[in-house]
Design a protein around this ligand. Structure first.
Ligand SMILES: O=C(O)C1=C[C@@H](OP(=O)(O)O)[C@@H](O)[C@H](O)C1
Ligand SMILES: C=C(OP(=O)(O)O)C(=O)O
Length: 415
């Protein structure tokens, strides 16, 4: 049985950095993810005048409940959507002029509903180019709070950014949501806000759901980051694929925060054996890999993992309700379909679905990654059974897992 230590969760690290920065006191984050996304988030905080002291295995953040420690800043968000969407909300609670920009890839990704919501709250926010995209400037003078309606059908990160801002407003925030994808990420947000002292409730009525956030601020604490469940999906998929394969991931057990751990339920439906204890999750191959139809609206970061595994199933794999994967690091439905077709696999796609037929992928093929870490890590699973797969940009895994090739390669070589 191979035991793999998976690096910390990107989503939990990003939220913890926001909460620590906004809290009263000094927070210590244990086992934060160290990758381009989270280092970019921490660097963004530093540009805004926060202090982040990094030690191996622990980051210490001095909180500033009054907001950024500078009155003017330029923040570069790299490729990270958590950085690009959460930090403008943090800046809005402060006082000053804060300019944000991001990579070409991130500039293409939308954030219009978030910028519209911030303006509704009275924030003077101006775009440097296209409306609803980076670059943008926040001319901040605190946020009074109030009520707003939000469409988070394209990204839950708009809602998370506003929820995180809620406790920093003068009067609190009521957010009524008309549509929502990736809902488990909002559950992570709510749980972590409460861990840092916030009061937030969710009410459902005929019109939809409303999140009511009280103006409590946040309290610093020591917080341990759990391993990244989306990263773990490549190892779980590999274990399910390899004859006699098995892997245990410690730190992702029944109490895990991340919805993406539900990827193992998909593998179980396909025939793998899955065991989840309080401390860990184990996936074992049974030799069977069945086709299935699955709705991945809640766990769409694992759509490419399943797509890359799918040709080896004994029937078609149809993945539904994943339109928002078209506005990630790349259009992931098209990227998965194109690369699978180049490997000789039959694939159909629609606006929000993909169907992959059984087949034997054949190289040599250089996978077109579109600088998307998940395309690389997913097709590394396909490569376990397909000689001749290479990548046009293997290094883009640095977004969430700089050491992926070494760790996954060593895992693949274990008998
Ligand atoms: O809040 C978060 O940390 C995330 C939410 C999800 O995005 P969407 O809500 O845009 O689907 C997910 O895909 C992303 O990797 C991380
Ligand atoms: C979509 C992703 O990242 P983000 O939206 O945080 O940039 C991802 O990590 O798959």
């Amino acid at each position: 049985m191979t035991v793999i230590d998976i690096p910390g969760s990107k989503s939990v690290t990003a939220r913890a950095l926001f909460l620590a920065a906004a809290a009263e006191g000094t927070t210590t984050l244990l086992r934060p993810l160290v990758s381009d996304d989270t280092e970019g988030f921490a660097a963004g905080l530093e540009a805004l005048g926060y202090t982040v002291r990094r030690e191996p295995g622990a980051w210490h953040i001095e909180g500033r409940p009054a907001g950024p420690g500078v009155t003017e800043a330029d923040v570069y968000c790299r490729d990270g959507a958590t950085t690009a969407r959460f930090l403008p909300a943090l800046a809005a609670a402060g006082h000053g002029t804060f300019r944000f920009d991001a990579s070409e890839q991130m500039r293409r990704r939308p954030l219009g509903p978030l910028t519209t919501a911030l303006r509704t709250l009275g924030v003077d926010l101006r775009h440097g180019g296209a409306e609803g995209h980076h670059p943008l400037a926040v001319h901040a003078d605190g946020v009074k709070g109030g009520a707003l309606t939000l469409d988070a059908g394209q990204s839950s990160q708009y809602l998370t950014a506003l929820l995180l801002l809620g406790p920093l407003t003068a009067e609190g925030l009521d957010i009524t949501v008309t549509d929502l994808v990736s809902e488990p990420y909002v559950e992570i947000t709510l749980a972590m806000m409460r861990d840092f002292g916030a009061e937030v409730v969710r009410e459902d009525d005929g019109r939809g759901r409303t999140y009511r956030v009280a103006p409590t601020g946040y309290r610093a604490r020591t917080y341990a980051i759990e391993p990244d469940a989306s990263t773990a999906s490549y190892f779980f998929a590999a274990a399910a694929l390899r004859p006699g394969g098995a892997v245990t991931v410690p730190g992702l057990g029944t109490g895990a925060l991340q919805g993406d751990l539900a990827f193992v339920d998909v593998l179980r439906r396909m025939g793998a054996e899955v065991e989840t204890t309080a401390e860990a999750t184990t996936v074992r191959s049974t030799g069977a890999l069945r086709g299935l139809t699955v709705n991945m609206r809640d766990i769409s970061d694992t759509m490419p993992t399943l797509a890359a595994l799918a040709p080896f199933a004994d029937g078609p794999v149809r993945i539904e309700d994943v339109a928002n994967t078209r506005v990630k690091e790349c259009d992931r439905l098209d990227a998965c379909a194109d690369n699978l077709r180049r490997l000789g696999v039959t694939v159909e796609t629609g606006p929000d679905w993909i169907e992959i037929h059984p087949g034997t992928p054949a190289g040599p093929v250089e996978v077109t990654t579109h600088r998307d870490h998940r395309i690389v890590m997913s097709f590394a699973v396909t490569a376990l059974r397909t000689p001749g797969i290479t990548f046009d940009d293997p290094g883009c895994v640095k977004k969430t897992f700089p050491d992926f090739h070494r760790v996954f390669g060593a895992f693949a070589r274990t008998p």
